[in-house]
Design a protein around this ligand. Structure first.
Ligand SMILES: C[S@@+](CC[C@H](N)C(=O)[O-])C[C@H]1O[C@@H](n2cnc3c(N)ncnc32)[C@H](O)[C@@H]1O
Ligand code: SF4
Length: 378
């Protein structure tokens, strides 16, 4: 086993208003943001989790939420400075900040860029006023447009727009209109997520009617065609990028890389190559409890060896290009023959292909990734 690249995820759990579809660990901010207290907690958390893994520089950072853009550039800078001093950064480290278009004041992005943000992920979701209202978004389509203009003006052209599709009453033409509106803002990356009704959300209590499967198929086909025509490549189930603009942080997840997860409810994955051990971590979920908790109370659980092929494949098959046997062997410590045995049924059903020591999902398998994973569990 070999230690893979190391990334850092920092979670910022508050939002101006919780969206009715969202099951991320995020909460409506009902009082003043405890900005410095939270940053102090993040630094303690990082200090505690970095112990023992010094000497592995950070290759990418993702400041996610919730809504990290509720935090000032000066606050975010403290996290970056501490991470740099504690672990060191790779020369071309990617630092992504998630931002809600409703929280961006004029000039803000220039300040974020000045403190080391290299990439922004903007939650656009849709450009249709009716859909934005239904999704409980706090911003208009024009505010998203203004935020994109600000990004270009700040020299942060390397930005992503999050869109959702299969929205209630949405037609394939509506999805295409959303994409065209997004493309007009010249993003470098587009993430397009199928709206899922998650247990425990407001939408789960009164589920909206979503488009039928054939309409959803049409939406996906049109998206792939339009984005392809505009120079975007689909490289992951939900990810499209211009050449050179793939999200390195997400690529690290899909390639079963390591990441420290700091902040309320943050997940991490860490390899101890000397022990042939891969563990998952999770921090205290509820923000108030997290603020008061000892960071050493982090939950840490080893991934059982028999589960490693499934865990690896669950990530790797999300990539259009799939993955190589060598990376599987390095990052799980298992022989590629173990994976081959597990994937035999999926190979026989034409869900995956294996050539030149590389695995990838076939178009059929890519559409129904769960079918591949189920065969691995049998
Ligand atoms: C954690 S959110 C952070 C973005 C930021 N807070 C915002 O919404 O502006 C990341 C993205 O996940 C997507 N998302 C959240 N809930 C979803 C759901 N139930 N189905 C599909 N996509 C979802 C949205 O596109 C969202 O922008
Ligand atoms: S989608 Fe974004 S803004 Fe909405 S609740 Fe989730 S994290 Fe917050």
């Amino acid at each position: 086993m070999k230690a893979p690249p190391l990334a850092l995820y920092a979670h910022f759990p508050w939002c101006v208003q919780k969206c009715p579809y969202c099951d991320f660990n995020s909460y409506t901010l009902r009082e003043q943001l405890p900005e410095q207290r939270y940053i102090d907690a993040l630094l303690r958390d990082l200090d505690s989790q970095a112990a023992g893994i010094e000497g592995r520089p950070i290759t990418s950072i993702f400041l996610g939420g919730g809504t990290p853009s509720l935090f000032s550039p000066a606050a975010i800078a403290q996290v970056l400075e501490y991470a740099r001093s504690r672990l060191g950064f790779d020369a071309d480290v990617e630092v992504t900040l998630e931002a809600n278009p409703g929280t961006i004041e004029r000039g803000r992005f220039s300040e974020y860029r000045a403190i080391g943000i290299t990439r922004v992920s903007l939650g656009a979701q849709s450009f249709d006023a009716r859909q934005l209202a239904r999704l409980g978004r706090i911003h208009s389509a024009d505010e998203t447009r203004r935020a994109a203009e600000e990004l270009h003006a700040a020299g942060l052209a390397n930005f992503n727009l999050d869109l959702m599709y299969a929205l209630p009453e949405q037609t394939a033409a509506d999805t295409e209109a959303d994409l065209r509106a997004a493309l007009a803002l010249w993003p470098a990356h587009i993430s397009q997520y199928h709206l899922t009704i998650e247990p425990g959300t407001v939408f789960a209590a009164a589920p909206p009617v979503q488009p039928a499967d054939d309409i959803v198929d049409d939406m996906l086909e049109r998206s792939l065609r339009l984005l392809g025509d505009e120079g975007f490549e689909q490289y992951e189930v939900s990810g499209y990028a211009r050449p050179g603009a793939r999200c390195r942080h997400n690529l690290n997840y899909w390639n079963f890389g390591d990441y420290l997860g700091i902040g309320a409810g943050a997940h991490g994955k860490i390899t101890d190559a000397s022990l042939d051990l891969v563990s998952r971590t999770q921090q205290t979920r509820e923000p108030r409890r997290y603020l008061a908790a000892d960071p050493a109370a982090l939950a840490r659980a080893p991934i059982a060896v028999r589960e490693l092929p499934f865990e690896f494949a669950m990530n790797g098959f999300r990539l259009v290009e799939g993955f190589g046997d060598e990376v599987f062997e390095e990052r799980t410590g298992l022989s590629a023959a173990v994976l081959k045995r597990g994937l035999e049924p999926a190979l026989a059903r034409g869900l995956v292909e294996h050539a030149s020591r590389r695995w990838r999902a076939t178009p059929q398998g890519f559409r129904f990734l769960n079918d591949i994973l189920v065969t691995l569990l049998q």
